[in-house]
Ligand binder design. Structure first.
Ligand code: FAD
Length: 394
């Protein structure tokens, strides 16, 4: 009988892994994809939706073509992983057994790090850090603001999903306000770190496109987050208090809940993996890719998850065929829009080094690039979106 490979999580990591296993493993492998949602809404480009550049339908994708390609798609929530019995236990109690499990459950949120904040507070202070109804809610609240309104956004310390994501979101919120003539509105960022991805480019761009509108405050200025009051729409820091007409708290994150429950994450909340094979450091029958994994210098991005999934799937195929693993090269590029026609990027090529993944090459857009280059940057981002979505969903 063909070996059973189960992929848990149908996002950037899982959908890619399932498709690579199917395309290159052929009928020699039995592949099941377990995903709780019928449709996947991409976080990538969800900022474009918030800014009014795309619609929810543009970032929503189904699994029909994976099923048509011969992947058994199980639309169910996985409740637990029985590592001893090598089976995923679904919410209805049924079991899906595996010889190998590829785990890509994304992230979970820590609601316990800010006094006053809770899962219920998300209703009032949405994070939209998993795309879906909150994405739309954030856009609707943005669109309902009057000129002179204040937006307050908290951003966690590293590591978290999509390091430049919060700053792209601020940029596209500012672009939306500017397009409506709201020159008196303000966006205050209460950051959990002293510096951030593509900082010089974002700050230069904010001054150029939205002068005086964006205020970025690191912990050395606001003193650190102290608490929040969702009813009064207030964030307290050690030194000050910030009221927003729109408040968004992006909480600190961990590996997906199921990875933690299965004992695959360390005390830091993320899953250590072998940098060549992406095998879990805890359980060699489980491969962990995407945001849940600790991938050294690779940022938590869809591009990274897609690249890791390919490397891990090729390794798995080699391993199942009795061949030795070869060192992978991994890739990432994160594009961000500072304005609808001002796209910048940061990225690198990564290789296993001293037990982790290290950047072999890295690059970042430069300040002062021509408007034409930046327009091309935005076009590149759109082309990348089309390409990764085709890679994931066929
Ligand atoms: P996910 O894509 O989140 O997939 C995990 C899947 O597992 C989900 O579909 C979930 O439903 C499923 N799942 C979890 N637990 C279970 C369970 N128990 N049972 C069944 N199913 C389960 N990245 C980029 O490369 N470029 C960008 O421009 C970019 N922009 C971003 C903008 C924003 C605002 C945000 C928030 C993120 C952005 N990202 C971007 C990051 C990117 O979305 C993530 O890094 C990527 O989705 C990670 O892939 P993953 O497979 O690890 O997790």
């Amino acid at each position: 009988t063909p070996p059973k490979v189960v992929v848990l999580g149908g996002g950037a990591g899982g959908a890619t892994a399932a498709r690579v296993l199917r395309s290159y493993g052929g009928p020699r492998i039995d592949i099941t994809l377990i995903e709780e949602n019928r449709d996947y809404v991409t976080c990538f480009f969800s900022n474009w939706v918030i800014g009014g550049l795309r619609e929810m339908a543009d970032i929503t994708h189904g699994y029909d073509r994976l099923a048509a390609a011969g992947i058994r798609v199980v639309n169910a929530r996985a409740a637990s992983i029985d590592r001893d019995g090598k089976a995923v236990v679904l919410a209805d109690g049924s079991r899906v057994s595996y010889d190998r499990l590829v785990l890509a459950p994304g992230i979970a949120f820590r609601y316990d790090t800010l006094p006053g904040y809770s899962e219920a507070a998300v209703e009032k202070m949405p994070h939209a850090w998993k795309a879906g109804p909150q994405t739309l809610a954030l856009r609707e609240r943005l669109d309902a603001l009057d000129d002179g309104a204040t937006i307050v956004m908290t951003v966690p310390a590293m590591p978290y999903r999509c390091p430049p994501g919060p700053y792209e979101r601020v940029s596209l919120m500012a672009a939306s306000l500017k397009a409506r003539g709201h020159a008196r509105s303000k966006i205050v960022i209460l950051d959990g770190k002293e510096k951030f991805s593509k900082q010089a480019l974002f700050q230069e761009g904010w001054e150029a496109h939205y002068p005086g509108m964006v205020e970025w405050l690191p912990p050395s200025v606001h003193g650190g987050l102290k608490g929040c009051d969702p009813d009064r729409m207030v964030i307290e820091t050690q030194l000050d208090s910030f009221h927003g007409d729109l408040v968004s708290v992006i909480p600190p994150q961990t590996a997906g809940a199921i990875a933690i429950a299965a004992g695959l994450a360390g005390e830091d909340g993320w899953c250590a993996v072998d940098p060549v094979t992406f095998a879990s450091a805890v359980d060699p029958a489980i491969t962990v890719v995407g945001d849940s994994s600790k991938a050294g210098e690779m940022p938590k991005s869809a591009f990274s998850a897609n690249s890791q999934a390919k490397a891990a799937a090729f390794h798995l195929l080699a391993d199942l065929a009795g061949r030795a693993p070869s060192d992978p090269l991994l890739f990432n590029t994160c594009w961000s829009l500072i304005a609808p026609d001002d796209g910048v990027k940061v990225g690198g090529v990564y290789e296993p080094k001293d037990g982790a993944l290290a950047a072999k090459v890295s690059f970042v857009s430069k300040s002062g690039e021509s408007a034409e280059d930046r327009r091309k940057g935005a076009e590149e981002a759109a082309a990348w979106y089309a390409a990764i979505v085709a890679d994931m969903f066929g």
